[in-house]
Design a protein around this ligand. Structure first.
Ligand code: C5P
Length: 235
């Protein structure tokens, strides 16, 4: 499948049309941004690493019965996916307090949450992705009740699958972000990516951060952390 027209360029990916109108090619870039685009940089090899890491996670989820947009990885940076009409709600799942929840609730980073926490954010660069709840979603008609029930159910299932899979690799899944969309058949699919750009991964023993927080917080060894995640996923 060939890339035709570039339909969209995001912060970390480009999306191209293909001869099949129901499918697109996602090209992963080395560009890195944080704090809603205020901090910009490049992480060498990130495109290749995230394309592979995300494909491994999506294949695992497909195997476990989660409907995802994945069709197949085409080459090092390009992945063929179903074309989705993206639902403008970002879903964050958390198992351990870090980042914005630690700040918001005054929790020490690393505090284990007694139950997984699901949060919704309105996907809007202009507004800086504000946190919203179900009522905002219905008031703004971002998703129907049926779609949102499906999304919540999938998010908790995905969390369970990933926590178990990663624990086996010596990785704590602290939190992560998911995006969903509707396919040509009207069904809800998991879209976007699952990678160190969109998850917090900590080494289970040392608690070393193996994700984009190394870039956000200038901790160094950013590429090495992404490589370490891929190495463990492939082990
Ligand atoms: O910043 P915060 O603690 O709310 O982030 C929670 C999780 O969601 C982190 O793993 C972060 O990488 C991810 N996230 C994301 N894209 C955003 C916001 C958060 O991937 N726009």
């Amino acid at each position: 499948m060939e890339k035709l027209e570039m339909l969209y360029e995001g912060k970390a990916k480009k999306i191209y049309s293909t001869e099949d109108t129901d499918k697109v090619i996602v090209e992963y870039k080395d560009d890195a941004t944080a704090f809603n685009g205020e901090k910009k940089g490049q992480i060498s090899e990130k495109g290749k690493l995230n394309a592979k890491i995300s494909t491994i996670f999506f294949e695992l989820l497909e195997e476990k019965g989660i409907p995802t947009h994945l069709v197949e990885q085409l080459n090092e940076t390009d992945v063929l996916t179903k074309k989705l009409d993206i639902i403008l709600v970002e879903v964050v799942m958390r198992n351990i307090a870090a980042g914005s929840i630690a700040k918001r609730l005054g929790l020490e980073e690393g505090t284990e949450l007694k139950k997984p926490v699901l949060e919704f954010y309105y996907k809007s660069d202009e507004l800086g992705d504000p946190m919203i709840n179900e009522y905002h979603i219905y008031a703004e008609e971002l998703a129907t009740k049926e779609e949102l029930d499906m999304i919540k159910d999938l998010a908790f299932k995905i969390n369970e699958i990933l926590v178990e899979f990663l624990a086996d690799k010596g990785i704590d899944l602290v939190d992560f972000k998911l995006e969903f969309g509707k396919g040509a058949d009207g069904q809800v699919y998991l879209g976007d990516e699952i990678s160190p750009d969109t998850c917090r991964f900590w080494d289970s023993k040392t608690k070393k951060k193996l994700d984009k927080d190394r870039f956000r917080r200038d901790l160094g060894e950013v590429e090495g952390a992404y490589q370490e995640i891929l190495r463990r996923l492939e082990a």
